[in-house]
Design a protein around this ligand. Structure first.
Ligand SMILES: [Zn+2]
Ligand SMILES: [Zn+2]
Length: 128
């Protein structure tokens, strides 16, 4: 039998996880994926993209296909292959190479019906 306090603790953790993995008001899908990857990593699926879609824009059924067209077949690939932080936001790392800022700017937001990236993100130029 599950005891009372344990049950309560489990429910608390579940509620906390729900809050932590809920898109912020106006937060675009890319800022959300970036934030979730930072906290929870990639499970080799588009689970964060899907979670954003399910919570924010269930009708955006083409989201995975759109990410996949740029090589984003899981959440981390969205940023490895598809999109990156816009150049003005990059900061030099310890080797002087431009890198993503450790703290991303807060999402400036997108419209309630938009599954597009906010102004933080630009399509990655492919080296080939
Ligand atoms: Zn991945
Ligand atoms: Zn954003």
């Amino acid at each position: 039998m599950a005891t009372g306090p344990n049950r309560a603790a489990e429910e608390h953790v579940t509620a906390l996880a729900e809050t932590l993995t809920t898109p912020r008001v106006g937060e675009c899908v890319f800022c959300f994926i970036d934030r979730m990857l930072d906290a929870f990593g990639c499970d080799t699926t588009l689970r964060w993209a899907r979670r954003w879609r399910d919570l924010r824009l269930p009708r955006a059924t083409g989201l995975e296909a759109r990410l996949g067209r740029r090589g984003g077949f899981c959440d981390c690939e969205v940023f490895l292959n598809g999109w990156t932080v816009r150049p003005e936001l990059l900061v030099p790392d310890q080797h002087g190479e431009l890198d993503w800022p450790a703290d991303r700017p807060p999402c400036p937001g997108v419209g309630p019906r938009s599954a597009q990236p906010c102004s933080t993100w630009v399509p990655l130029r492919r080296p080939w």
